[in-house]
Design a protein around this ligand. Structure first.
Ligand SMILES: [Fe+2]
Length: 384
C-alpha cells in the first residue's frame, strides 16, 4: 500500500451552528476576522448572522463580499490585499465553492507573502496560512475539506493551486444555510458531488481504501436524499444528509483525484461560465458510457450503493442503471441538457477539446480509460 491521506482535522455538522462561529474563532485564538463571501450570501442574511456571532464574542470583523463565480485571479488578489490592510488574523470562507476557494488562497497568501501566480500547480505554495474556517452554503463542491483552489486567469484559463496548507482548521456544516437553495442549484451542486464520488471510486491513479469508503457513503447519502430535497426543499434532515454527502465526496476525490467528467466540464466553466456542477452534469453520462469498457464492475458496485432499492440481474445492467439514474436526475433538475441551449456552438468544440487533451492531462490520467483529442470532440458533439 502507498497511502498518504490528508484531511481537515475538525468537521462540525449541526443545524444552526453558524451562530457558534464567534466561539470557534476564539478557540482558534483569533481576534480580527475577514469574512470572505459573495453578494448573494450577504443578501440572504448569512453574513450578518456570522458577524453577529463574531461581535458577541468580542471579535473585530470585516466582510469582503466581492467574490465572483469561477474566481478571477484579479479579485482573489484584491481579497488578499484586503486581508493585509485589515490585519486579519483569521479567515472565514462563507458561501459556495468560489468563496471557499478564494478564502483558502487569502488565508495563505496574506501571511506567506507569496504571489498567487507562484502558487499555481501541485505543492508550489510555501509558508503557513492564517487560521481558517470554511462554511459551505451549497451541498456540492466539498471545497470545505479539499486542498485545491481553482481560479480563473485573465485569459479565462482554469488555474489550480494544490497545497496541503489549504485544508482549513474547521469545516462547519450548517444545513440551515442550504434550505433556501433554488431547485436548479440544489440539483447542479448535488450532481457535482455525485460525480466527485463516482470519479474518486474509479480513479486510475490515487484511489485507495479510505477514499473508496467515503465515496460509497457519499453516493448512498446523495442518491437517497436528492429526490427528497427536490420534492421537499425544507426537509432539514435530507438537506443535512446532502451536505454530509458532499463533504464525504470532497474528502474522497481530493485524495483519489477526479477524471474526465471534470476535465470536459472545466472549459465549459472558464469559456462560457457554465456553473461547475451544471458543466459536470452535461458531460457525465456520455463520459461514463465511454468509460464503461474499463469501469463496468466499479459502476455496477456503485449502482447498488446509489440505488439500494433496485434489483439488477447482472453487472452490465447495474452499471447502465447508474448512468441512467444520473441522467434521470439531470433531466429532472430543470437544467439545460444540451450545449446548444447554453449558446455553445460546434465551432467552440475544437478549442475546448484541445484544452482538455493538452492542459488537463492530470485528470485524463485518472480517468478509467485513455481519452484522445478525437474522443473528447466526439463526447462534446454528443451533448451539442
Ligand atoms: Fe467538482
Amino acid at each position: 500500500m502507498d497511502l498518504n491521506f490528508l484531511s481537515c482535522p475538525r468537521i462540525i455538522c449541526k443545524a444552526g451552528s453558524l451562530s457558534q462561529v464567534g466561539e470557534l474563532v476564539s478557540e482558534l485564538g483569533g481576534s480580527r476576522v475577514m469574512l470572505v463571501t459573495d453578494p448573494g450570501i450577504v443578501a440572504c442574511g448569512f453574513a450578518e448572522l456570522a458577524m453577529s456571532s463574531l461581535s458577541a464574542a468580542g471579535i473585530a470583523a470585516e466582510i469582503f463580499d466581492r467574490v465572483a463565480a469561477d474566481p478571477p485571479m484579479e479579485i482573489v488578489s484584491e481579497a488578499v490585499e484586503f486581508a493585509r490592510l485589515f490585519g486579519a488574523d483569521t479567515i472565514i470562507g462563507l458561501g459556495g465553492g468560489s468563496s471557499l476557494d478564494t478564502a483558502k488562497v487569502v488565508a495563505l497568501a496574506s501571511t506567506s507573502g507569496q504571489e498567487i501566480e507562484g502558487m499555481i500547480g501541485v505543492g508550489k505554495a510555501t509558508g503557513r496560512r492564517l487560521p481558517l474556517i470554511q462554511i459551505p452554503t451549497t451541498a456540492g463542491t466539498g471545497s470545505e475539506v479539499t486542498w485545491v483552489s481553482v481560479l480563473t486567469s485573465a485569459k479565462q484559463e482554469k488555474l489550480a493551486v494544490y497545497a496541503p496548507q489549504l485544508l482549513p482548521d474547521i469545516a462547519l456544516l450548517d444545513a440551515e444555510l442550504t434550505l433556501g437553495m433554488p431547485r436548479k442549484i440544489t440539483a447542479a451542486t448535488a450532481l457535482d458531488a455525485m460525480v466527485h464520488a463516482i470519479e474518486a471510486a474509479t480513479s486510475r491513479t490515487r484511489k485507495n481504501l479510505i477514499s473508496d469508503g467515503l465515496a460509497d457513503k457519499a453516493l448512498s447519502l446523495l442518491g437517497q436524499n436528492l429526490p427528497r430535497v427536490l420534492d421537499t426543499p425544507s426537509d432539514l434532515a435530507a438537506r443535512e444528509a446532502m451536505l454530509m454527502g458532499a463533504t464525504l465526496a470532497g474528502m474522497a476525490f481530493i485524495n483519489a483525484s477526479v477524471g474526465s467528467i471534470h476535465a470536459l466540464s472545466y472549459p465549459l466553466g472558464s469559456h462560457f461560465h457554465v456553473p461547475h456542477g451544471h458543466g459536470n452534469a452535461l458531460v457525465a453520462a456520455p463520459v461514463m458510457r465511454f468509460n464503461l469498457i474499463a469501469a463496468e464492475n466499479e459502476y455496477s458496485r456503485l449502482a447498488r450503493v446509489f440505488l439500494p432499492d433496485r434489483i439488477f440481474s447482472n453487472n452490465a445492467e447495474a452499471a447502465n442503471g447508474l448512468i441512467s439514474a444520473i441522467e434521470g436526475m439531470f433531466a429532472a433538475s430543470g437544467l439545460e441538457t444540451r450545449l446548444s441551449q447554453l449558446g455553445i456552438s460546434a465551432e467552440a468544440i475544437p478549442a475546448m477539446a484541445q484544452e482538455v487533451s493538452t492542459g488537463l492531462t492530470r485528470l485524463i490520467a485518472s480517468n478509467p480509460c485513455d481519452m484522445t483529442y478525437d474522443d473528447v470532440v466526439a463526447l462534446y458533439e454528443d451533448v451539442l
